[in-house]
Design a protein around this ligand. Sequence first.
Ligand code: PLP
Length: 382
Amino acid sequence: MFQSFQPPQRTLMGPGPSIVHPRVLEASARHTIGHLDPAFGDMMDQVKIMLRHVFQTENAMTMPVSAPGSAGMESCFANLIEPGDKVLVCINGVFGGRMKENVERCGGIAVVIEDEWGQTVDPEKVEQAFAEHDDIRILAFVHAETSTGVESDARALAEIARKNNALVIVDAVTSLAGIPLLTDEWQLDAVYSGSQKCMSCLPGISPVTFSERAMQKIGSRNSKVQSWFLDLNLVMGYWQSGSGGGRSYHHTAPVNALYALHESLVMVCEEGLENSWDRHSDSHQTLVAGLKDIGLEMLVDESVRLPQLNAVKVPDGVDEAEVRRYILREHNLEIGAGLGALAGKIWRIGLMGESARKENVDFCLSALKEAIDQQHALSYVA
Ligand code: PLP
C-alpha cells in the first residue's frame, strides 16, 4: 500500500531550487479558489505590480507564465521570432546553448558567438557580429549563467543591440532579486526568470516581462505564434484586468503556486530589493573568504562572479561526487555538481534567496571541510 510522501528536510544550497521560507510554504497550503474568482483576480493584479517592481520595469506585459523557467524562455522566443528572423545568440554555458535550440525550433536563423565556460559574454564579439550581419533582429544572452557562476554585462550588451536596432531577450532566471536587473533602464525587451532561485518560491512558475517594442513586434507578426499555450495574444486576455471582470479563460492557473509567488514577492518587497541584492553579495563574500580558509579556489574571476552561484574548483585527488553524497547523507545539505565540460571539476554552491544567509554559509563551509577531510583521512589509511 502506498503512503503519503514525506520528503527529507534538506538545506538547499545548489543551483536551485533554493530554500523555501515557511511563510511561502504556508501560503501555498491555503484554500484553493477558482482561478476566475474575483479574489484570485485581485491577487493576480498584485502579483503583476510586485513583479514590475522586482524586474524594475513599467512594462504592462509583466506576468508569471504557469510553468518553469524553460517555458518563460520558450515564451520569449516563440512570440518574438518569426521564421527567417536572424538572432544573435551568445553562448558561454549550458543555457545559452538552449537559446540557440529555441531560435532554431522557432524557424529563426541563429548566429552564434561563443565564449569559454567560466568567461563572460564578450561585448566586442557582439559588436563584431552586428558589424558582419546587418540583418540581425534580436540579441539573446544569459545574464546570470547558472552552469558556471558568471555574470554578463547586460547593460553593455543591450546598448549594442539598441544601436543596431535589434531587440534584446535576456535570461534572468538566476539573476532576478539576486543582483541588479534594471529592465527599463537597460532597455531590455523580453526578460524571463524562474520562481525557484533568488525569489525562494516553489519551482514551476516563470515571471516574464515584455517591453512596448517587443509587444509591437508581436502585434505585427505575419504568422501565428507556433505555440498555442505560450501565445501572448491569447494569454494576455487571461492576465489582463482583475476583479473588474473581462478576464477570459485561457488555461487553469496553478492557483496555490501563485499564492506562494505572491507571498515570496511580498517578502522581497518587505526586505527591499536593494537589501536583497546586498544580502546575496554579503553572503557570497563570507563564503569566498571561508572557502579560501579551507584551501578552496573559485573558478570565475572576481570581477564577473555571481554572488548567488559559486563555482568552486574541486582539489586534485578529491572525489567530487563523493563529497556531495557525504554532505547530503550526513548533513542533509545539497550542493550542485558541474555540468558539461565542468562535470567533476567544480561544485556549484547556490546562495539564492533564503539560502543566502550567514548561518547557511557557515553550515556549508563546515560540512564541506568535514567531507574533504574525511576523504583525505580515508586515502591516508588506504
Ligand atoms: N535558464 C537558466 C539560467 C537556468 O539556471 C535555468 C534553470 O536552472 C533555466 C533557464 C531553466 O529553468 P527551469 O529549470 O525552471 O525550467
